[in-house]
Design a protein around this ligand. Sequence first.
Ligand code: FCB
Length: 469
Amino acid sequence: MAALEFPRGFRWGTATASYQVEGAVSEDGRGESIWDRFSHTPGKTANGDTGDIACDEYHRYPEDIEHMKRLGVSSYRFSIAWPRIFPTGRGQPNLKGLDYYRRLVDALRAVAIEPVATLYHWDLPQALQEKGGWANRDTAHWFAEYADYVMRKLSGPVSLWITQNEPWVVAFLGHFYGEHAPGLRDPRAAFAVAHHLLLSHGLAVEAFREEHLAGRIGITLNIQLVHPASASPADQAASRLADGALNRWFLDPIFRGCYPEDVVALVQSQGWMPNIGSGDMATIQRPIDFLGVNYYTRTLIAADPSQPLGVRPLPGPGAKTQMGWEVYPEGLYEVLTRLYKEYQPQLKQLYITENGAAYDDHLPVPVELVNDDTTVHDPERVEYLGRHFYQAWRAIQDGVPLAGYFVWALLDNFEWALGYTRRFGLLYVDYPTQRRVWKQSAHFYQKVIAANAIDSSYGEERPASDRKP
Ligand code: FCB
């Protein structure tokens, strides 16, 4: 089988987020976040799980950096917890909180791993939620103050900044469906939140540019690939609208300075349109250096007048991960090529800032018997990653300026409302002992990184047992 090479300098990385891995929620002056409040509210997360301890990354980051070094990654994407820096959201910075990230970033640099920092991965200070949270326009400005402070302190060592992670999820899972913190079900609030998140992104980009800070800045969107459930005109129209509400609602403001007209008409007819201040769209449209794409699956869309916006999501026919998400690697190629085609020249460069899969992994032996050679068997994840790497490679061949790929996640962690019931890691975490155990997929990724190439067989659909290791 031929080795398909990635460009020289391609960034291979892993990703995590503060609330999902850090733990140490009351240490060194950290304030409460909306995820602390939400996860401690009975009935909100699986088994009542919380991020109180999570992977104990706050104390174990040196060990995890050792694992990353062994994997050979060139970059690590982590997020900064706003309530560690400003425990009540604003006012006096908490220097001990900042110091944690300084130590983390220095330790990464010491082993030549590039720190990639997300400024908001969902842990809003609870004190700001009490002032209305993201539904309050002021939060966009408070975010910009926080972002400005952190970027001034850490730019240089941090060379890539991601303002917001998946604003659709924050706005809609948090404020429309109520499945994520702060758990609201208020469509008008959800659209206001989406606008304020976009505004906060633009304000942070402005601050970054005005101060001529070193490095580059962009945003991460969860691009949700949708296909019509059938060839019927109704399903096709529903699919187009779903794409508008899920994807173009964020892409168009960022790259074109306007909301997509087809969706605006519908949102207006429901009375959900946010207030847009004069100058907002120009701020949101401030040029960025790259777009981060989180890609996991695709969804089929059927027309259904009884559903919000008249669209009903359905799973596709392919194999599913433990999330119930269809494995659909060719969708990654479709998303990357489409984004570049539709949004260049404003869209200059892309990163896959998350891609990965949850499977029901188990230790092969009781934890007391685990040693450095123990490997968790996860052939499905190897297959999932290999086939997605192939599609990324294909997109690069077709001219997409894809600069890097971050596997979600470095290690198993707190999967939001699903708690610890879903494992996405390359490393298995035995939570009671905090022992990390490499999965087969970690060994696979190590080889891909070392070769900067994948086996061409990942371009074909075939049983995992046929693959070369
Ligand atoms: C994404 C989130 C990330 C993780 C993965 C599985 O939506 O950004 O934190 O939970 O899904």
